[in-house]
Ligand binder design. Structure first.
Ligand SMILES: Nc1ncnc2c1ncn2[C@@H]1O[C@H](COP(=O)(O)OP(=O)(O)OP(=O)(O)O)[C@@H](O)[C@H]1O
Length: 508
């Protein structure tokens, strides 16, 4: 990493400091491989020479808008530049043709208004300040001129701002390729308005983000030969199913559960719902409300968004019946049955929740009890029904809840897609990939493992394009260059993708 320079007494350097990442100071003494540094806050620290990075004392006061303009391209230099710009509300910075966005955690309205859109339309890349609109503009213009589809990859840790960035990309693409609304709503309006519906069912509060997407999303915006939007499709990946049954403090389950519990009284009566703390799937965390968010208002907003994307009132009722049924299913408890390894409903409360769930799902309560308390095995010869003990019945109950929730989500995505409409004759498309972010906890679920693996795979794609292919090109053309060191994660991918590793994991 970075440029090799001689560090001597008097050099201004960056040194790693666990509490604040990096501190800067002046080298006052060198002892063999170690240097003593006088840090700006008056402290003196000792650090290995090999771990020090030179500080650019002539750096521009407001930072640089492209990292490639930095004198020293190392981690502290890059972070310092981002921090300097962030202080000035400059949240976007280029690294060549890649855009880095720092989450401002506040609405910077002036950055996204229609005047800004006009400015970026057709402006050569790099001529104006770094901006997410510039990235969308390049993708659009390249698509028009080269007649080829393009994709924009939005990546970053959870809470970094991927979904917000994706929305802005889509808004700008809608501005470039939008048509004047003649009859009803345009494709682009429908794509943008499908967001609140997807977020109500696929987003939740996590430790890091009050509105964290718990699914991956690839939005395809299709264009006709005149560069006008002609259709769109939303493809979703790997919804975090486990959240339906398992949450920990201070997280929340999917928003839709809380929205429904805050619905007008007549709806609560219809779905036989009470406060979220009544429900097993919600009361494993003490967090029920989000600061600054009214679930009652969000419920009405989601209903309106459903109207807009073409989900009928009857379908909306069916959707919320499933949501309510899941909450009731979670409250069904089991006790030991008379026969060995069998189970029955624990008490009248459980009976009430089972009957309500059956009524909401429009199925026979006896069949629902059987589905939860028995396992059906189909062999070539016969169909065997086996009773389940209370523990296994509880697992079966949770599996059932997760399955109907994820099918409801898939159904919603299909519904949104069919009402937006796809253009089978589309010439080109721009895809925006908003994959959910890398996270690492003390204990990580299999789902988290899959998410992190996907992020590693995307990182490799990035490495391939930015470093490997570029450097191969230099070698081929015999251009004099110095090799750029980068952390190649191919070993990690090889390990995960090897069949032997999977055999080892599954045999344990
Ligand atoms: N450009 C922005 N302007 C204003 N606020 C922003 C911006 N980007 C992000 N935020 C704020 O940060 C929060 C988290 O952003 P976002 O949901 O986009 O993160 P994410 O990277 O998609 O996270 P996850 O992977 O958990 O879904 C948003 O709810 C919003 O409050």
């Amino acid at each position: 990493m970075g440029t090799k320079v001689n560090i001597i007494v008097g050099s201004h350097v960056w040194a790693e400091e666990p509490d604040v990442a990096w501190v800067d100071g002046e080298v006052v003494k060198i002892n063999g491989e170690e240097a003593e540094i006088q840090v700006a806050n008056g402290k003196k620290i000792v650090q290995k020479l090999s771990k020090l990075y030179p500080k650019d004392m002539e750096a521009a006061a407001g930072g640089v808008d492209d990292m490639t303009k930095l004198s020293y391209l190392h981690e502290p230099g890059v972070l310092q530049n981002l921090a300097t710009r962030y202080e000035l509300n400059e949240i976007y910075t280029y690294t060549g043709n890649i855009l880095i966005a720092v989450n401002p955690f506040q609405r910077l309205q002036h950055l996204y208004d229609s005047h800004m859109m006009q400015q970026y339309k057709g402006a050569p890349f790099g001529e104006l300040s770094p901006h997410v609109f510039a990235v969308a503009d390049v993708a659009y213009r390249a698509m028009i001129h080269e007649g080829r589809s393009n994709s924009i990859l939005v990546s970053g840790e959870s809470g970094a701002g991927k979904t917000e960035t994706t929305k802005m990309l889509m808004q700008y693409l809608a501005y470039l390729g939008g048509r004047a609304a003649t009859e009803g709503r345009t494709v682009e309006q429908q794509v943008l308005e499908s967001n609140p519906v997807l977020e109500a069912f696929g987003n939740a509060k996590t430790v890091r983000n009050n509105n964290s997407s718990r699914f991956g999303k690839f939005v395809e915006i299709q264009f006709d030969k005149h560069g006008r939007i002609s259709g769109a499709a939303v493809r979703t990946y790997l919804l975090e199913r486990s959240r339906v049954c398992q949450i920990s403090d201070p997280e929340r389950n999917y928003h839709c559960f809380y929205l429904l519990c805050a619905a007008p009284q007549e709806e609560l009566d219809k779905y036989k719902l009470e406060h979220p703390r009544t429900y097993h799937y919600l009361n494993k965390s003490n967090c029920y409300d989000l600061v600054g968010v009214s679930d009652a208002r969000e419920y009405l907003a989601t209903r309106r968004a459903m109207d807009i994307v073409g989900i009928s009132t009857q379908e909306q009722d069916a959707i919320f019946r499933v949501v309510a049924a899941i909450l009731h299913i979670g409250n069904i408890e089991f006790a030991k049955g008379k026969e060995a390894d069998s189970s029955v409903l624990k008490d009248d409360k459980s009976k009430f929740h089972l009957e309500t769930a059956a009524e909401l799902l429009m199925c026979d309560p006896g069949a629902l009890t059987d589905a939860l308390c028995k396992r059906v095995m189909v062999t070539p010869e016969e169909v065997i029904k086996r009773s389940l003990d209370p523990y296994s019945a509880t697992i079966s109950r949770d599996g059932f809840a997760k399955t109907i929730y994820s099918r409801l989500f898939d159904w919603l995505v299909d519904k949104i897609n069919s009402s937006i409409g796809q253009d089978a004759n589309s010439k080109c498309l721009i895809g925006v990939l908003d994959i959910y972010g890398f996270e690492s906890f003390k204990s990580n679920s299999f789902e988290q493992f899959c998410i992190n693996y996907t992020n590693e795979k995307l990182q490799q794609h990035f490495n391939q394009h930015v470093f490997k292919m570029e450097q191969e090109e230099y070698t081929k053309e015999q251009i004099d260059w110095s090799y750029i060191e980068f952390v190649d994660n191919q070993d990690v991918l090889d390990l995960i993708e090897k069949e032997t590793w999977w055999r080892y994991c599954t045999s344990r």
